[in-house]
Design a protein around this ligand. Structure first.
Ligand code: FEO
Ligand code: CA
Ligand code: CA
Ligand code: CA
Length: 692
């Protein structure tokens, strides 16, 4: 196993104030650089980025948009994986969404789009005339970027454009469908399309949000809101009632979208789908209607919703969709502390309202000699294992329930009739409901405390939580104003659990609530937050292996009127530190009465470290092993938000990083369009980030 580190004893920076400035705000003594931003080329065979939307179809060789989950993989002088800080590494970054694609389309600056139509799936689009180049940009900016980076003698990091390891994985990249040997043939029947009538392979990955990093040195890109890229077929509709029930549970449209509607939720990608129309306009009457799906793309949505394993050091390798880890809105996948000779546990959240927390336990025992063996090791650990879902009981105890076709609750589930174990993996959400898992307040990232193995999950918020359906693990619901904007659980919380015996294979655990988000001024400020550390809607979550700091990132719906999104540092303690409390709170509204466990940290153990530019989300974080540099992603600066007074036009509310002196005015001169980016933060005195 890995030697436990010593938890840092104190945070050593001054808290950063809330900010609505269009800039990255850091404590005194800290500085940052932009490493790469949306549209940067990854080799010199194509032109440098214009930031004017004038690029043609070359986005499969550019950094994608919406930087999200991320990790760094060091290499030695021979290009092999190493745990040493060699100053040379491959950085893998997820590129999540097209929600702000107007910033890299030619018309991104115009008011109201063309003919009054807006852009992308959230703004609606005239779906009959989407320009092909715009669609290709959106398809190709999704996925993952993998670029070799090198540290200079001045400590600054840069992308090595000459590296043959630089790679884009996109929504078009060929992937393998993988799963347990006993069920792989059944799994492949779900994946049969006209593209691959054997169901062995599929094309592309979508909406890669959080990530995972495996102990053997590969990267997991997690597919979150993939369901919204699809449509129902037009023409005659032979989709079976079972398939309809599956689509309904995952949010895949179950009725054809009106393709000319300005309020459509379709991506409108059919314009450029080159004859297969696999995303959102396939026509069954034209394609034929073989019930196995081999003549059309009725099964295309079944090929998304997985953890996608990528070998960051082998650009020729085919990414694997790991079906045994379940199909849902995968936010992130975090591994427990590896113990040699024991199975590994991966903890996973499904980020939608009232969805679940899952665990995958490998059949194989961890062998440290597998480090550096890439997808061969991935096949060993991630194709065979058990999938569990969490049930949190009101006593501060919880249990993992295995999702298996041998469970009579799954066999007898009436909302969706399961065919076999492969069906349980592919329709894991239905299976989890069948066994009575606890419906959570939108599980976002998980993180494992490297000091003691405690497993943390952010519950970002849940507007549909109400007084009638709270429970001890999701205890907050506001029926009226309580000093926060929003209803239900508007500010979110962070829950944590300790496996019995700290074992990956445990089927029961202790849990408590680590933190409740809230404005400091709110009457229901349950974690005693102050102006120095109040926050809302926790999302990204990660522990430094150097300092043991728990870093919390926000994606903040309820708080944007008073501050942009932020990064906070916490010294977390452990499960059970707090005491049972009863919330009986009617201050300014009505809050459900529930028992839970919690402990206020105070300013000494929880401080705001960074606030981002306008309209951004802070998500994705990693570090160098010495803890002296952290990499952080600034996602979608300038995203339109009503709280900041953004009108329905496309005037830029943010000009970061090009318009920011602190960012070195990063980017080509002549355009202030905002861009997502990876930044590297260091101390000006070269010390360890955040703590000692
Ligand atoms: Fe893509 Fe749940 O955040
Ligand atoms: Ca997220
Ligand atoms: Ca979020
Ligand atoms: Ca976002």
């Amino acid at each position: 196993g890995v030697a436990p580190l010593q938890q840092a004893s104190a945070l050593t920076f001054n808290a950063v104030a809330k900010s609505i400035a269009d800039d990255v705000m850091l404590p005194p003594g800290y500085t940052y650089q932009v490493l790469h931003a949306t549209g940067d080329r990854i080799n010199t065979s194509i032109p440098a980025y214009s930031n004017l939307g004038t690029e043609a179809d070359d986005w499969a060789q550019r950094i994608g948009d919406h930087h999200d989950g991320m990790d760094i993989f060091f290499i030695d002088s021979a290009g092999r994986a190493t745990r040493e800080d060699t100053g040379r590494a491959v950085l893998a970054v997820n590129h999540e969404s097209s929600a702000d694609a107007h910033f890299f389309h030619p018309r991104g600056q115009t008011t109201g789009g063309v003919n009054g139509k807006k852009f992308s799936q959230f703004g609606g689009w005239d779906l009959l005339d989407r320009p092909v180049d715009e669609v290709l940009k959106e398809i190709n900016h999704h996925g993952v970027s993998l670029v070799e980076i090198v540290r200079g003698t001045d400590g600054r990091w840069s992308v090595d454009l000459a590296s043959n390891r630089n790679r884009r994985v996109t929504a078009q990249t060929l992937m393998r469908i993988n799963g347990p040997a006993a069920h792989i043939n059944d799994i492949r029947r779900f994946m049969v399309t006209r593209f691959d009538t054997t169901g062995v392979s599929s094309r592309g990955t979508l909406n890669n949000c959080g990530h995972g990093t495996t102990p053997w040195g590969t990267y997991l890109a997690c597919e979150e809101n993939w369901a919204f890229y699809f449509n129902m077929p037009k023409g005659s509709n032979p989709v079976s009632p079972r398939e309809q029930a599956s689509r309904a549970r995952y949010g895949v449209p179950s009725a054809p979208i009106a393709m000319a509607a300005t309020s459509s939720t379709s991506q409108g990608w059919f314009t450029a789908s080159r004859g297969d129309d696999r995303f959102d306009r396939w026509d069954l009457s034209a394609a034929g209607a073989a019930a196995d799906g081999s003549q059309d793309f009725r099964n295309e949505a079944n090929t998304f919703g997985y953890n996608v394993e990528i070998d960051p050091l082998d650009p020729r390798s085919l990414p694997r969709k790991r079906v045994a880890m379940g199909r849902f809105a995968h936010e992130a996948a975090v591994v427990g502390i590896p113990v040699a000779g024991q199975p590994l546990a991966f903890y996973m959240g499904c980020d939608s309202q009232n969805e679940y927390v899952y665990k995958f336990v490998t059949a194989a025992n961890w062998d440290p000699a597998d480090f550096g063996r890439g997808l061969v090791a991935g096949d060993k650990y991630l194709d065979e294992g058990k999938l569990y879902v969490a049930k949190f009981n009101d006593t501060g105890r919880g249990e993992w329930i295995e999702l298996t076709i041998t469970d009579t609750r799954i066999q007898n589930y009436s909302t969706y009739v399961f065919a076999n174990q492969a069906d349980v993996f592919v329709n894991a959400r239905h299976a989890a409901t069948a066994v009575g898992a606890t419906k959570m307040d939108r599980p976002e990232w998980g993180a494992v405390n490297p000091v003691n193995g405690d497993v943390y999950f952010t519950m970002t918020n849940n507007s549909s939580r109400n007084i009638g359906n709270t429970d001890a693990a999701n205890p907050r619901a506001y029926a009226g104003s309580n000093g926060s904007t929003g209803s239900g659980n508007p500010n979110g919380h962070i829950i944590r659990l300790k496996e019995d015996g700290t074992r990956a294979t445990a089927t029961a655990f202790d849990w408590d609530i680590f933190l409740f988000g809230a404005p400091a001024a709110a009457p229901a400020n349950l974690s005693g937050l102050s102006e120095n550390n109040d926050f809302s809607s926790p999302d990204g979550l990660w522990f430094s292996k150097k300092t043991g700091i728990c870093w919390i990132q926000t994606d903040d719906g309820a708080f944007t009127g008073s501050t942009n999104c932020m990064l906070l540092a916490a010294l977390p303690g452990k499960v059970g530190d707090g005491q049972a409390i009863t919330v009986n709170n009617t201050l300014g509204g009505t809050e459900a009465q529930q028992s839970f466990i919690g402990a206020a940290l105070g300013d000494a153990k929880l401080r705001r470290f960074l606030v981002g530019p306008k309209g951004c989300e802070i998500t994705g974080i990693t570090e160098t092993p010495d803890g002296k540099a952290i990499f952080v992603n600034i996602q979608h600066p300038g995203e339109r938000t009503a709280a900041l007074g953004m009108a329905a036009d496309f005037t830029f509310q943010s000009t970061w990083p090009a318009g920011s002196a602190s960012a070195g005015n990063y980017g080509p001169a002549g355009s202030l369009r905002p861009r997502s980016a990876t930044i590297v933060i260091r101390r000006t005195d070269g010390g360890v980030i955040g703590a000692e």
